[in-house]
Design a protein around this ligand. Structure first.
Ligand code: ZN
Length: 230
């Protein structure tokens, strides 16, 4: 595995994936998307996180390449969700929360592949996970595998879509961070990654910053405490 593009939002999962890729690839570039999300704070953390990871190991600094940010505001404009509108986070009758942005990961992967094609990157790494997840259908392994097939046929390519967190619980994702970058990486993830749906970055909890009440904070906090007690 030599050259990869990491879907990097600045959250816990994508930061763990970035470290995972830096440990395995000679060249790693990152891509982030601005799609009219309510809180752009996550995107603000990206440059800070990239610099802190590069400072952790000389090999990581050598491998870390360009960052790309794409404006996908058209996605926000057609989405009526709690990620893109100031409305309460609720679940529908099937349990799917209204933070789900339909098609988001499929669109992200298509744009990532278009960029990877131009940049000569053959691996596309994303933090999608269907174990401890919010029920988003486009995070499921079958959706990612289907996208890999579609992209390779549609672009006459041989991309491999890597999802190192797919079968990991949130607790196991913390353990992967520890195994990849030790306590230093865990501390950076706690302090500098952003997960909270409400965009809150107030008090620092053991698991990081956030409101502690929204579904994203609860998943993150529960995973952290299970990892610590496990
Ligand atoms: Zn929160």
């Amino acid at each position: 595995m030599t050259a990869a593009l990491v879907l990097f939002s600045g959250g816990q999962d994508s930061t763990t994936c970035l470290a995972w890729a830096l440990d395995r690839c000679e060249r790693v570039e990152t891509i982030g998307f601005s799609y009219g999300q309510r809180h752009a704070i996550e995107l603000d953390q990206r440059a800070i996180l990239r610099e802190k990871l590069a400072a952790m190991k000389p090999a990581w600094r050598r491998s870390l390449g360009d960052d790309h940010t794409l404006d996908l505001s058209a996605l926000g404009a057609i989405s009526d969700t709690a990620m893109t509108r100031e409305i309460e986070i609720v679940a529908d009758e099937k349990g799917l929360p209204n933070t789900f942005v339909p098609g988001r990961n499929l669109i992200f992967l298509a744009f990532a592949a278009a960029l990877a094609y131009r940049r000569g990157l053959t691996r596309i790494v994303g933090g999608m996970c269907e174990t401890d997840f919010s029920g988003y259908p486009d995070c499921r392994d079958d959706a990612i595998k289907a996208m890999q097939v579609a992209l390779n046929i549609g672009m006459e390519s041989r991309f491999v879509l890597e999802t190192p967190l797919m079968w990991k619980t949130k607790a196991a994702t913390w353990a992967l961070a520890q195994a990849t970058g030790g306590e230093a990486l865990v501390n950076v993830i706690v302090e500098d990654t952003h997960t909270c749906y409400l965009g809150e970055r107030g008090a620092l909890h053991a698991w990081g910053r956030g409101c502690g009440q929204c579904p994203a904070c609860r998943l993150r906090a529960e995973g952290f405490s299970k990892w610590k007690s496990g």
